[in-house]
Design a binder for this molecule. Structure first.
Ligand code: PRT
Ligand code: ZN
Length: 300
């Protein structure tokens, strides 16, 4: 009995099925209160408590899912999106980076073998460069008036110089360990990248509304993650000094303490990290009983 929801419109999001972004992307949805059936080997997960379908796919396929409107939202590295846009003949021009997500950080860099006489980009003139990012690399070289031969490789780019497939490489770097263990030296950063929420040109008003709702939840999760609730007792005299030390807080709540007229309780939301330095400074200003607690959710 009751209400049939069959015709209800559903927002569709594509995230990486497995790999470096997969766990964090799923966790992000969970933190937004979205419950998903646990069948992770399927292509499609339907949420029971939010009109959202989650497509679990390879990151490289996400731009096409968005461009064809199979999904309206996607989570992927900026490196992948920008590369597709660089080689896509306008096919991916309507995809917009809506929100940086703070994970999956890396950079796309040029690296040369140790002993390569590198003296600025001009040293790459006429050389052969191996990469999986011919669009971004090509645009970078063109912008810098360098002509070089680009050899496209799908993986194991870092071995190209050793096997004489190329003189230098252009690849993603995070810790730099892969470069070091292959005797390569990073010379130029082409792009700084992190995971982003990407949106297509949503035409349907109802879907657009669902998208806004999900985005405001994601923003709230991000704010809560970096915010702390701080409670302390302050001498009434040094209240101004204490307030000045509280990092990124708006107006704190000040309450009387039973049976004390020289001390008050101060509660505040701090939208920046609260570090030991800050706590010690509060104490130096006469604060005591300082408590810092995480915030699970916030919405104003
Ligand atoms: O199967 P699917 O196609 O979905 O996955 P994938 O194998 O293409 O991608 P995956 O899971 O490896 O990476 C997904 C995304 O994570 C990338 O598109 C980047 O946005 C981001 N990311 C962050 C990275 C790295 N850090 C990274 N270090 N992607 C790849 N690497 C590789 C890099 O290519 C190199 O081989 O790690 C090596 C370098 O790492 P360091 O730490 O030694 O410098
Ligand atoms: Zn991939």
């Amino acid at each position: 009995m009751g209400h049939r929801m069959d015709s209800e419109k559903r927002l569709k999001i594509a995230i990486q099925k497995s790999g470096r972004l997969a766990d964090m992307s799923l966790q992000l949805l969970e933190k937004c209160g979205i419950q998903l059936s646990k069948s992770r080997d399927q292509l499609l997960c339907r949420s029971q408590n939010f009109p959202l379908d989650v497509f679990l796919v390879r990151d490289d396929d996400i731009p096409a899912f968005l461009a064809t409107d199979v999904c309206q939202l996607g989570v992927l590295g900026q490196n992948v999106l920008r590369e597709k846009q660089a080689v896509g003949n306008g096919k991916f021009a309507g995809l917009v980076e809506e929100l940086p997500l703070g994970y999956g950080r890396c950079r796309l860099s040029i690296a040369v073998p140790q002993g390569f006489a590198y003296d600025g980009l001009a040293s790459l003139q006429g050389k052969t460069i191996a990469t999986s990012y011919k669009g971004l690399l090509g645009a970078y070289l063109t912008a810098n008036n360098i002509s070089a031969d680009i050899v496209t490789m799908e993986g194991a780019v870092e071995v190209a110089p050793r096997t004489h497939l190329a003189d230098v490489i252009c690849d993603l770097v995070s810790t730099g360990n892969t470069l070091i263990s292959n005797g390569l030296v990073e010379t130029d950063v082409i792009l700084q990248s992190e995971a982003v929420l990407v949106k297509n040109q949503i035409a349907d008003a109802e879907i657009a509304q669902l998208c806004d709702k999900l985005m405001s939840r994601i923003k709230a999760v991000q704010r809560a993650a970096q915010s702390r609730y701080i409670m302390l007792n302050s001498p009434t005299d040094s209240l101004a000094a204490i307030k000045a030390v509280l990092p990124g807080s708006q107006s704190p709540t000040v309450m009387p303490l039973q049976g004390r007229d020289d001390m008050v309780a101060v509660h505040a939301v701090c939208e920046e990290g609260v570090f030991w330095d800050t706590m010690e400074e509060l104490k130096a200003n006469g604060a005591n009983s300082i408590l810092v607690v995480p915030i699970e959710k916030m919405l104003d």
